[in-house]
Design a protein around this ligand. Structure first.
Ligand code: UD1
Length: 430
């Protein structure tokens, strides 16, 4: 668990890691080539380790050296991804596209539900079927076969990130042209497309709602650097705003954060571009409530919703957050209320009335971004908070404590079974 002593001002600069969600997709994408791919700027995270284990179980060789990950998929010895691993990480389902394209067969267990919502894979499956794959479900495993995938025109009912990635990867080695309509437009989609293009794929339109892929017979190895993590960057912007501290962060791509920056400005926080890849957050005198509705990119990211909720609990007046992407992604509200927040839930709306102060409390994280929301709330709260559920935090934030300590925050991680002796707050000068 994490002890955080709040209301300590932050200052200084923080380095942003490579994007988790890009790295996971690109690791699957590396299976498309029988030559070695080198991925740079790969964050050191539990999810990345888990994805590595999935690839290893398929017979792929991996070598890690700091943030460099070498993936040698010259021999894929297994076409079945093991349930124990896939059940821990939804993104591991993405191997289905490359496996099918390379081997003509893929057996991947259904990733199952998760704390934030049902998260089905029907769009992935229907797209692969449109490309000529025979897909069966047996004992919770998706079994897909295709002698050679065929290009197709695929319309996605909703612009799913994962389905767009699965189908774009599968299409790179299919026969003929694939058009994905109503495709997701997230920066991670563009990153995956750029990576595949660096391997020799022919892809146009990534970052728009129509992606066209012309299949090629094979892809070669490449050396590719992953984009900065926009959600980690957004989390640090909130950490600065909520503690009324001026901090800077880099590397970032400010264009990836347009919706986040616009909402911070509406609340009364200034975000300044110091250089094309560095942002500085400058807190305002008073914060005012605003309404937020999560949406597909370039809309407001659902992954930033819990962190904004923490900031809005301390903003004057009322705010409404509407969660449209994941139906169960308001579970953290109960925990914010334990810290003194005034929030009421009705359906997928959270009605927030700003309070002058949060108070530190023992809280439990229910998912990755909820954990981040609780951390930033604790940084602003009066007194000590104790956050449990760090297994979620470790999935998506590289060296979070170290980075926050570098900014002057007072926090300490202790093993869960440590007896509750009153911990001494680390000195302000850490
Ligand atoms: C990705 C991100 C996750 C982010 C989410 C939405 C990764 C590894 N994870 O998740 O951090 O929160 O995008 O920005 O990149 N849906 C279907 N059928 C499908 C697939 C999805 O109905 O076959 C629905 C989902 O239930 C959800 C919506 O589409 O309501 C968006 O999900 P999707 O974009 O697929 O999210 P992920 O790729 O799982």
């Amino acid at each position: 668990m994490l002890h955080i002593w709040g209301r300590t001002p932050l200052q200084g600069h923080v380095e942003i890691s490579g994007a988790k969600n890009s790295a996971l997709a690109l690791m699957a994408g590396a299976l498309l080539s029988s030559e070695t791919c080198r991925l740079r700027n790969v964050p050191n995270l539990v999810d990345i380790t888990r994805m590595g284990k999935v690839l290893s179980a398929l017979g792929i060789k991996l070598k890690q050296d700091g943030d460099l990950l070498e993936i040698d998929a010259s021999h894929i010895s297994h076409s079945t991804a093991p349930y124990q691993l896939v059940s821990q990480l939804r993104a591991s389902f993405f191997v289905i596209g490359p496996l099918l394209a390379r081997l003509g067969v893929a057996r991947v267990p259904l990733p199952g539900g998760c704390a934030i919502g049902a998260r089905p894979v029907d769009l992935h499956v229907r797209g692969l079927q449109a490309m000529g794959a025979d897909v069966q479900f047996e004992h919770g495993v998706v079994m897909a076969y295709a002698r050679k995938l065929q290009g197709a025109r695929i319309y996605l009912d909703c612009p799913s990130v994962g389905a767009t990635e699965t189908l774009m990867m599968a299409a790179t080695l299919a026969e003929g042209e694939t058009i994905i309509e109503n495709a997701a437009q997230e920066p991670e989609i563009v990153d995956l497309a750029n990576f595949c293009q660096a391997m020799g794929a022919q892809i146009q339109g990534a970052g728009t709602s129509t992606i066209t892929v012309v299949g090629v017979s094979q892809l070669h190895g490449t050396d590719y650097s992953i984009i900065p993590d926009r959600i980690e960057a957004g989390t640090f912007l909130i950490a600065g705003a909520i503690t009324r501290s001026e901090i800077s962060l880099s590397p970032v791509v400010p264009d990836h954060l347009t919706a986040v920056i616009s909402k911070l400005q509406a609340i009364g926080v200034e975000v300044i571009s110091d250089t094309p890849n560095q942002l500085r957050v400058v807190p305002g005198q008073t914060y005012r409530g605003t309404d937020i509705e999560t949406y597909f990119y370039p809309g407001f990211p659902t992954d930033m919703q819990p962190m904004f909720m923490s900031l809005l609990t301390l903003s004057e007046g009322s705010s409404v957050i509407t969660e449209t992407i994941f139906e169960k992604r308001l579970q953290h509200v109960q925990e914010f209320k334990r810290m003194g927040a005034d929030i009421r839930i009705k359906g997928n709306h959270a009605f927030i009335n700003g309070v002058p102060m949060l108070s530190g409390a023992p809280v439990v994280a229910t998912d990755l971004r909820a954990a981040a929301g609780l951390v930033v709330a604790a940084l602003a709260a009066e007194g000590k908070s104790t956050i449990q559920g760090l297994q979620y935090l470790d999935r998506g934030y590289e060296k979070l404590e170290r980075k926050l300590q570098g900014l002057g925050a007072r926090l300490e991680r202790v093993p869960l079974d440590t007896p509750e002796v009153q911990p001494v707050p680390p000195s302000v000068s850490v």
